[in-house]
Write a protein that binds this ligand. Structure first.
Ligand SMILES: Nc1ncnc2c1ncn2[C@@H]1O[C@H](COP(=O)(O)OP(=O)(O)OP(=O)(O)O)[C@@H](O)[C@H]1O
Length: 240
């Protein structure tokens, strides 16, 4: 569903993403790990078409993101790092607005899509509240809800549990797992336990390059008995 080959993105002289290649199939939950500044968000923005690569290609469901970004956007749901904008809109107004942008022209279809995601992400109790008055966990759910409106086959989630309390983290992870059988999911995280909890594959990126692409079990087997964070440190520490 996602096929990335030789992606390069430079900012000025900085190579934020430096020749990244990987693929994600339906049913995969791929954990994208790496230290701050490793290139996770930039890679996700290249896959979703928010940035153009200097070299390489990203294909979503067989469509080249650079050649047809509009078609690709209809295939994927993207949860960006930051919370949803439009703080003065209520939850249902915001989701209705995004549904319209997403192409739900008929009112009935729009309402049905909004109701589906409000139920799925447990937003019923806050649907009439403005976004600015929501807690961080609920804002995150609104971000999720907008990514799911058109029931896309591919989900790209940038730190989906960042800043949530343990209960909220569990809830979001359960939701991702529930949806994953039918979709290809890529999520970035700093949290190693998250990879163990929900991912069937893990990629570790360091300084714009992939240093690991394997299963969580294979990652653990690299240093039997070591904690995941120790293995992570070994793999991503930069020689002086
Ligand atoms: N718009 C930009 N202009 C210049 N440099 C940028 C820009 N966006 C990102 N960078 C740089 O590119 C590198 C990769 O950033 P990116 O945000 O992709 O990393 P990340 O792995 O997502 O980090 P984090 O975990 O902190 O979110 C970093 O060195 C960052 O400072």
């Amino acid at each position: 569903m996602i096929e990335v080959k030789g992606l390069v993105k430079t900012y000025g002289t900085k190579r934020a993403v430096n020749g990244v290649s990987f693929s994600v199939r339906r049913g995969d939950i791929l954990g994208f790990l790496g230290p701050n500044g490793a290139g996770k968000s930039t890679t996700m923005k290249l896959i979703t078409g928010f940035l153009r690569p200097n070299a390489g290609t990203a294909m979503v469901d067989g469509i080249d993101v650079t050649l047809d970004p509009v078609a690709v956007k209809s295939k994927l749901g993207y949860l960006p790092e930051s919370a949803p904008a439009y703080p003065e809109m209520t939850v249902e107004e915001f989701l209705g607005f995004i549904a319209e942008v997403r192409g739900f022209r008929a009112k009935d279809a729009r309402q049905a899509a909004v109701e589906r995601v409000i139920a799925l992400t447990h937003l019923v109790s806050v649907r009439k509240q403005t976004i600015e008055t929501l807690s961080k966990g609920y804002k995150q759910r609104v971000g999720f809800a907008q990514a799911l409106l058109h029931d896309p086959p591919v989900l790209v989630l940038d730190e989906p549990t960042d800043g949530l309390d343990p209960n909220q983290k569990n809830e979001v992870r359960a939701l991702i797992k529930k949806m994953a059988a039918e979709k290809a999911v890529i999520l970035s995280t700093h949290i190693l336990e998250e990879v163990d909890a929900i991912c069937n594959r893990v990629i570790i990126i360091s300084e714009g390059r992939i240093v690991v692409d394997e299963t969580p079990a294979q990652l653990r087997a690299r240093q039997p008995g070591a904690r995941l964070d120790e293995i992570f440190r070994t793999l991503t520490s930069v020689d002086a």
